[in-house]
Design a protein around this ligand. Sequence first.
Ligand SMILES: [Zn+2]
Length: 82
Amino acid sequence: MKKCLECGSEKILQNAETEERTFILMIKAFGKPDAIVFKDAVTSKVKAKVCVNCGYVQFYATNLSELNRIYEIHVNSYNTKK
Ligand SMILES: [Zn+2]
């Protein structure tokens, strides 16, 4: 987010942490979501960009290499089922 999607301001605070008291917001995805065990779970921290003009918040994941790997598994699985 280079400009705020809500108000157009360029005053964006990058890399803000997310936290809900003692818990940290995480992304969780599975390479094999239907498996009973060994679901190939991948987690990623979530960072935030905050417009300090209007307060609009955009979240983004940080573990892109592993999330890309899971994405490829899902895409290949979908294409196989076609
Ligand atoms: Zn804004």
